[in-house]
Design a binder for this molecule. Structure first.
Ligand SMILES: [Fe+2]
Length: 588
């Protein structure tokens, strides 16, 4: 019986691989975690190597290779689209077609090389991009039946898919085709506001500072259709005909109506902030329109979301609370990296017909390192360290003392958020902690908030309309009475992008936060990703050590080892002073 499937995703950006055996996920990881280049495109060689190693198999044992898109489907549309643009933009259009042809040919070549490496026995499946996205959510969700909504920039030629998932099958109901794309809409205005493609999450954070006073005008960018879909007014855009920044993605008509573009080194003024708020409001309006239609059409109480736009955590909260859907599922890698997972599960269930058997309840599917490996590294680097009886207790005490603590434990997270395996932790009760973490470690834009990890049992005390949200994919209003308790993780508009922590799925992290609760009376810590600006989240102990010493982190709890730089944070009235942890042995 065919049982081992290797999924490959995100070849154009955010490359990734996963491996499933008998329908159970064994490993899943993004290529960027190995190559150290954010959003790494191309064939995920290192991610595949890791997945095979984690499963303890060779390429000969792979039964199926599931690729995240169809290299031919939609390509005809792209050719025809750019041939029509050729007289106006000959260099871009010709270059685009050459690049696309090369990329598809090279992907096909690499897939066949991998197949040959396994003796030619594996069968290659090309899974339609939006079906891979949809399956990445529905097939690992707890629902037997659900409405499925995929929102991204562009798949083969599709930008939005409304579908229904029933058992092993995923059936499309409606599609929106390029250039009518919510991902492209958000990306174009993001670019106009002086941010790079891929920085849409920054614009979402910026939106909280503004008022949506341009919403009425921006409604002219999108037409809502009665069949639950939408269309863009393409007169306002040029992303579909030519590339570029500043002058590239929006048209002169857009500039005439909304003003000149901001350059990335220019300061942000109130107009930019209000435009971000208006764009966010427009996105939510359109997505709620689609979701309400999808609910009526499917009659399901369950909604599965996927695609790059599904990383918009403000929108996701609106979907959870502003639609008739009772339950929402989003897996942590909703963006293109998640399509390796979806392609693999689509093959397993929808093509091979195997019954459903797996629910993704956590994000810990990447590499793990033993204490022996960590110990050898610390010795090699001549680092002074302590051995902890209980890393959770040690870290909690350090955080309660006001220190910025690197936390490196267990398997690497799958997806763009650090969720308690490769995290930097700090005390959320200190109002100055946002500035401290930014100044000494993260060097992020001032307007970007930090997020909290909260014990799932206590969420209702702090957040409005609380429900578990384990992957930091929803932004909740913080209850007014709770805001002053956790000022470092409350955004300017009184919201928080929370990660709920389950005792079942990450007991060590849960215990660490619970110990912090005993020390400070708050079941919440500030959790930001273990990296510096512009780099992927650390993967190996060596990368963690490098990041620790290259930043102003105070301490690192890595496996059962602790390193403390010995810097004393300023005293704060409520802080409980005291020695660090229960240290058993001092070495080095
Ligand atoms: Fe996508």
């Amino acid at each position: 019986m065919s049982t081992i499937i290797l999924g490959i995703g995100g070849y154009s950006h955010d490359a990734s691989a996963c491996l499933i055996r008998y329908g159970r996920l064994i490993a899943a990881v993004e290529e960027e975690r190995f190559t150290r280049l954010k959003h790494q495109p191309g064939f995920p060689h290192k991610a595949i190597e890791y997945c095979l190693k984690e499963a303890g198999i060779t390429p000969r044992e792979i039964d199926h290779i599931a690729f995240y898109m169809h290299p031919i489907r939609g390509f005809g549309n792209r050719i025809w689209h750019h041939v029509r643009q050729m007289p106006r933009f000959p260099i871009y259009s010709a270059g685009y077609l050459v690049e696309q042809s090369y990329r598809r040919g090279w992907a096909w070549f690499e897939l066949n090389q991998l197949r040959k490496l396994g003796g030619g026995r594996a069968r290659i499946h090309f899974v339609e991009h939006h079906l891979a996205h949809g399956a990445s959510s529905f097939h690992v969700s707890p629902f037997d039946c659900a409405a499925v909504l995929v929102l991204d920039g562009l798949g083969e030629w599709t930008t939005t898919t409304l579908a229904i998932g029933e058992g092993t099958q995923l059936r499309k109901l409606r599609e929106v085709k390029y250039p009518h794309s919510l991902g492209a809409l958000y990306g174009s205005v993001t670019n106009h506001l002086g941010f790079k493609t891929g920085d849409e999450y920054k614009v979402m954070g910026l939106a909280s500072f503004g008022r949506p006073i341009y919403l009425q005008e921006m409604r002219d960018l999108v037409r809502l259709r009665d069949d639950g879909t939408f269309g863009l007014n393409t007169d306002y855009f040029t992303f579909h005909v030519q590339p570029g920044r500043y002058e590239g993605y929006v048209s002169q008509m857009f500039v005439g109506r909304f003003g000149p573009p901001r350059k990335s080194d220019e300061s942000l003024d109130q107009k930019h902030v209000d435009m971000a708020a208006s764009l966010q409001a427009l996105l939510e309006e359109v997505v709620l329109h689609i979701a309400r239609y999808l609910h009526t059409e499917t009659g399901s109480e369950n909604l599965c979301i996927a695609g790059g736009v599904a990383l918009n955590s403000v929108m996701n909260y609106r979907l959870a609370t502003g639609t008739p859907f009772q339950n929402i599922y989003i897996q942590p890698t909703a963006n293109d990296a998640g399509t390796s997972l979806g392609a693999a599960y689509y093959v397993y269930h929808a093509i091979l017909g195997h019954p459903r058997c797996f629910v993704m309840e956590h994000a810990y599917w990447g590499p793990e390192y033993t204490d022996d490996q960590i110990h050898a590294l610390l010795e090699e680097c001549k680092v002074s360290y302590s051995i902890c009886n209980d890393p959770a207790d040690v870290a909690a005490r350090l955080v309660a003392e006001g220190k910025i603590v690197g936390w490196f434990q267990g398997r690497l997270e799958w997806g763009p958020r650090a969720l308690g395996s490769r995290s930097i932790l700090a005390d959320p009760t200190r109002p100055d902690m946002t500035d401290v973490v930014n100044k000494y470690v993260k060097h992020r834009e001032d307007f970007r908030p930090f997020a909290p990890s909260v014990l799932e049992e206590y969420g209702d005390e702090y957040f409005v309309n609380y429900h578990p949200s384990p992957y930091m994919l929803e932004v909740f209003p913080v209850k007014p009475a709770a805001r002053q308790k956790i000022p470092a993780v409350v955004h300017v508009d009184g919201t928080s992008r929370i990660q709920t922590v389950s005792r079942k799925t990450n007991p060590l992290y849960w215990r660490m936060i619970d110990r912090f609760r005993q020390l400070k009376g708050v079941p919440i810590v500030l959790n930001t990703s273990f990296n510096v600006r512009g780099e992927p989240i650390v993967n190996t102990p060596r990368e963690a050590l490098r990041c620790f010493y290259a930043t102003g982190m105070d301490a690192l709890v890595i496996g059962r080892y602790m390193i403390d730089k010995g810097w004393q944070p300023p005293e704060e009235g409520s802080l409980e002073p005291g020695a660090v942890g229960e240290l058993e042995v001092l070495v080095g």
